[in-house]
Design a protein around this ligand. Structure first.
Ligand SMILES: [Zn+2]
Length: 125
């Protein structure tokens, strides 16, 4: 057992492991798989394919050696969740440099100055 543990530890060295995005991918994969049980024929095989693809994707992410890219994917997912939960602000992209700008929600039309490139644009908050 110890030998296997050591082998696995060495195998996982430099690999990404798992994160919240992986948990989401696996959960969605499992749900799609369960939904597939209620169908038959083409729909069932389509849902099974989608489910297996999601699980293979999660496994790929776990064993990936490109930890920087996997970390960035997870970061984007976490930022997206944060924005989804934030009911007090709206998020806009600067039309010039695509910098994300946060403004208070419900203030009507506001003139926004981009903090990075100082471009001014008007949005409805
Ligand atoms: Zn800008």
């Amino acid at each position: 057992m110890n030998r296997f543990k050591n082998w696995f530890r060495r195998f996982m060295e430099g690999r990404y492991g798992t994160d919240k995005l992986n948990t989401l991918i696996l959960t969605v994969g499992l749900i799609v798989c369960l939904i597939g049980c209620f169908f038959s024929g083409l729909t069932s095989s389509l849902l099974t394919t989608v489910s297996y693809s999601l699980m293979v994707w999660a496994i790929f992410r776990t064993f990936s050696r490109n930890t920087y890219k996997r970390y960035q994917e997870n970061r984007k997912y976490l930022l997206f969740l944060e924005r989804l939960k934030d009911r007090e602000h709206r998020y806009f992209k600067c039309p010039k440099c695509r910098q994300r700008v946060r403004v208070p929600r419900g203030k009507g039309k506001v003139a926004i100055t981009c903090p990075r490139c100082k471009e001014r644009f008007i949005r409805n908050s």
